[in-house]
Design a protein around this ligand. Structure first.
Ligand SMILES: [Cu+2]
Length: 185
């Protein structure tokens, strides 16, 4: 019924284009909301407890805690950010044949099994603060935001605590590491 013909005036064409755009927007909204209902986000099923950050005057520090996944599907933390550090990495600690422990970025991030837990602790997996923006004083708190593989995010507040154990070396990549100073993680 509404067919554009060569004798349509420019005015009529503009009106018809506007009508088509108005119809397209509600259709997009419906598509998005039905998607959200079909699948829960990782941020809705993963929680953290006993979270804390190591006190430091500057340089580097790390955040720890116990991640729990209440969902039926494994979830993966792929990155983290914090206003306390200009750069944040997800680290693991590995020991070489001689027993020397080295921390390095964990390939693939932290995988939390369905109905399972991942403990972030000194000497194990941890959230590494690579460049503190200021001192982290005992008794204060700092927010940390985790991003999951589905793009959802969750932010928790971690208490700053004194901790002096578990000094490991840091290897930015597998080929080097000799130049990096030892630091806690
Ligand atoms: Cu580290």
């Amino acid at each position: 019924m509404l067919t554009l013909t060569s004798n349509s005036t420019p005015n009529v064409r503009r009106v018809l284009r506007g009508a088509a755009a108005a119809f397209a927007i509600p259709l997009l909204l419906v598509a998005c909301s039905s998607n959200d209902k079909a699948e829960a986000k990782a941020a809705d099923s993963v929680t953290i407890k006993d979270q804390w950050v190591k006190a430091a005057d500057g340089g580097m520090s790390a955040a720890f805690g116990e991640l729990s996944n209440a969902g039926d599907k494994a979830r993966t933390v792929v990155s983290a950010t914090s206003p306390a550090s200009s750069k944040v990495e997800l680290h693991e600690v590995v020991a070489d044949a001689g027993g020397t422990k080295t921390m390095r970025p964990k390939a693939g991030g932290f995988v939390i099994p369905a109905h399972g837990k991942v403990e972030l602790r000194p000497g194990g997996d941890h959230i590494m603060f690579m460049g503190l923006t200021g001192p982290l004083r005992t008794g204060t708190e700092t927010p940390v935001t985790l991003t999951f593989d589905d793009g959802s995010t969750t932010t928790f507040t971690a208490q700053v605590r004194d901790f002096s154990g578990n000094q490991e070396n840091y290897a930015p990549d597998h080929a080097s590491g000799a130049q990096a100073p030892a630091h806690g993680g």
